[in-house]
Design a protein around this ligand. Structure first.
Ligand SMILES: [Fe+2]
Ligand SMILES: [Fe+2]
Length: 298
């Protein structure tokens, strides 16, 4: 584990995307089963992100947080709200094309409506646990970038990878709020399995449901891939999640996957764009033209 660097402060990037109406439900052309799982995550994010932000905001008030923690938490919240906006726009076309997606969207709303009735201590612990799962997801995705995203629509791949990259960037801030909130700290070990069940369970059930209603459902190779991804993800997320229960743990001790952090540096503030992820060159140096790397339409 690396040295703790608690003062790391994330940058707020309002990346703009422009989705064609018919694109977001079938964005992964070569592995639709991967796209189905990612779409389930996208549907959940429009409820998970505002829940986490709302709970951290209430937590900051309860602990009477100092200016530094408040500033860092506000940056995390701004990043999460950017993710929320991007996923909402992405989901619009998805929901309009799929009845299953509409059902899942209502289910996600119901889950987080129930969670919102719990205490702020529960919510802060949930937000910290959510960040741990998000960090592990980023690690898993970066370890198999080409394996998972080759054949995907570049803009959609860029949305998911930008989101994951920023999860790495702000991985420790919700935990700082947790540590400053004694009640939430006490609850963490009980809330972690709940967060795990909600996030992983929804992704699995949602992804399989979306896939089950696609024309690819009878292809055994695709099922084998899904099982393999589930196993490989478990091998990444379980050690990270269990380490987070150890005394003295802080997410800043976890080693970041390197490529996503480097790619984030390529954000262009003027055009509010990231270089598009492409399987040919993995983003920053990919698809370079005389004007520089290919970017999202601003
Ligand atoms: Fe996020
Ligand atoms: Fe996050």
């Amino acid at each position: 584990m690396a040295e703790v660097s608690p003062l790391h402060t994330p940058e707020v990037r309002r990346v703009q995307f422009a989705w064609p109406e018919d694109q977001t439900d079938k964005w992964h052309h070569s592995m639709p089963e991967f796209g189905a799982g990612a779409n389930a995550i996208s549907l959940l994010m429009t409820y998970a992100e505002p829940y986490g932000v709302g709970q951290l905001r209430k937590g900051l008030v309860e602990i009477d947080a100092d200016d530094e923690l408040t500033e860092r938490a506000h940056r995390l919240m701004s990043q999460e709200m950017s993710h929320l906006r991007a996923h909402k726009a992405f989901n619009k076309a998805l929901i309009s094309h799929s009845r299953t997606a509409r059902v899942l969207d209502r289910f996600g709303k119901w889950i987080f409506g129930r969670l919102a009735k719990r205490s702020t201590a529960f919510g802060v612990a949930f937000a910290a646990a959510f960040e741990i799962v998000a960090f592990a997801s980023a690690r898993w995705a970066e370890a198999g970038l080409r394996r998972y995203f080759t054949g995907a629509d570049e803009q959609s791949a860029t949305l998911f990878l930008w989101h994951l990259a920023e999860e790495i960037e702000h991985k420790g801030i919700a935990h700082d709020v947790l540590l400053a909130h004694p009640e939430a700290t006490k609850k963490y070990k009980f809330v972690l399995p709940v967060a795990f069940a909600v996030l992983i369970g929804f992704t699995a059930v949602g992804g399989l449901s979306l896939f089950a209603f696609s024309r690819h459902v009878f292809n055994p190779l695709r099922w084998a891939r899904l099982i393999g991804w589930g196993i490989s993800f478990a091998f990444v997320v379980m050690p990270v999640a269990s380490t987070s229960l150890a005394k003295g743990f802080h997410p800043d001790q976890l080693v970041d996957p390197p490529w996503m952090k480097m790619w984030l540096r390529e954000y262009d503030e003027v055009s509010q764009t990231m270089p598009l992820w492409t399987d040919a060159g993995m983003g920053a140096s990919a698809n370079t033209t005389l004007d520089g790397p290919a970017r999202l339409a601003a």
